[in-house]
Ligand binder design. Structure first.
Ligand code: ATP
Ligand code: MG
Length: 388
């Protein structure tokens, strides 16, 4: 159950006895994520020949991505500076490389702690899915799609977090009529050491859906005080404790949006039947190609698809070189619902817009991750549970 990261030949002969039977030796950090992800390893031991800087980087990443996996660092000499830096980065213990008895004890302590913390992939046992809703033009329906998608996932029993990453003009809080108490601004001071408790302290729950929501800063002037690193750290952390993390985006690509794209498992691209929306989305997809975002992880949604405005669905598909996965109708019920702080997919299940969006979530989004469609029974039981 242990990964030993050590580039020197013969490492297994030196440390194997202390580490027990189930040890995998890797020479490069790039192999570690796969080992702890699929191999179920609970401990990463970093050998004495790995440069300290690389060791700290790995520890920082694992602390956020896989908090149940422990890191033990072996050094030829124990120095105060190394100890301080190592513990700050998330290393559980630093052990002198030739002290095999101390290594055995560190392995045992780690095993006990990891067992208490849960599976190597986080408490839910599997990493959550990051679904990002984006368009390169304002007002096309990103927030509407993000809110309704997240709410339907949550109402179906999936632990879901909706994060408003439109840091300047985010309106998820208003659409859901959440109290203007906390926001992502409350996490700024935790940048670099954000943990599950910190995140939980700023998340608001939307009563009728069970959806957890993290809203954007209340003051647009605060947007630039949210570092892009915090957004990345937040997404990495959130996906360890939620089944789905849904991101609502601004109609632009600042640094924090690019970072979020990088961590997204599915991109829902929204357009309407107008040339500026299509043209801007075309430019955005060129950027996504350049960033290496896989095409098979993108879905195209056409909002207000029934409007007769001279541009056809085929025109949009040809321009964006991608089939439309969902056509949403133009419906007065949409602004009416957000004016009342309710979510159509949950509160008005027979509404045409809600039916189309729920079908998309059940038969396209969830299956993208190999998840079953939401069952009507789990939807109902969730509502009953929450109404107690
Ligand atoms: N299918 C629809 N039918 C009718 N109205 C809609 C529809 N979709 C969205 N709207 C309305 O259009 C407006 C803009 O929608 P929304 O806020 O979801 O867009 P957005 O892309 O998030 O905008 P922004 O770029 O400003 O964040 C809202 O008032 C919303 O209620
Ligand atoms: Mg919006």
């Amino acid at each position: 159950m242990t990964v030993l990261w050590e580039p020197m030949q013969g490492a297994i002969d030196t440390f194997g006895m202390a580490l027990g039977d189930d040890v995998t030796v890797v020479a490069h950090a790039s192999s570690i994520d796969r080992e702890v992800g699929t191999g179920g390893h609970r401990l990463v031991v970093i050998g004495p020949e790995v440069p300290a800087r690389n060791a700290y980087e790995l520890a920082e990443q694992l602390r956020v991505d896989r908090p149940a996996v422990g890191v033990v660092l072996l050094r030829h000499r124990l120095e105060v500076a190394v100890l301080t830096q190592a513990l700050r980065s998330g290393v559980r213990e630093v052990v002198q490389a030739d002290d095999h008895a101390a290594l055995v004890e560190a392995v045992q302590r780690n095993e006990a702690l990891s067992a208490r913390l849960g599976s190597p992939n986080g408490e839910a046992g599997t990493a959550g899915h990051v679904v990002t809703v984006f368009s390169a033009k304002g007002g096309v329906g990103k927030t509407t799609v993000a809110v309704n998608t997240a709410a339907h996932l949550a109402a179906g029993g999936a632990k879901t977090l909706l994060v408003d990453l439109d840091l300047m003009f985010g309106d998820v809080g208003i659409c859901l009529q959440l109290p203007p108490t906390t926001s992502i601004m409350d996490l700024v001071a935790m940048t670099g050491h954000l943990d599950a408790q910190g995140l939980a302290s700023v998340v608001e729950q939307h009563e009728s859906t069970g959806l957890d929501v993290l809203v954007a800063p209340h003051d647009p002037a605060d947007a630039e005080r949210v570092p892009a690193e915090l957004v990345t750290e937040l997404i990495r952390l959130a996906r360890t404790s939620y089944d789905y993390v849904v991101l609502d985006m601004p109609p632009s690509m600042p640094e924090h949006v690019l970072g979020a794209f990088d961590l997204s498992d599915l991109l829902v691209l929204v357009s309407t039947l107008d040339i500026p929306a299509v043209k801007n989305l075309r430019l955005a997809t060129t950027t996504l190609d350049a960033l290496g975002a896989p095409q098979q992880n993108r879905l195209l949604v056409l909002n207000r698809a029934d409007l007769k405005v001279g541009l056809s669905v085929k025109d949009v598909e040809a321009a964006l070189q991608q089939p439309v996965s969902l056509r949403l109708p133009n419906a007065m019920s949409v602004p009416a619902a957000s004016n009342r702080g309710v979510v159509l997919t949950v509160d008005e299940p027979k509404d045409a817009f809600a039916v189309a969006l729920r079908d998309f979530v059940d038969h396209t989004v969830r299956p993208h991750f190999g998840d079953e469609p939401t069952r009507a029974s789990s939807h109902r039981s969730h509502r009953l549970r929450r109404n107690k």
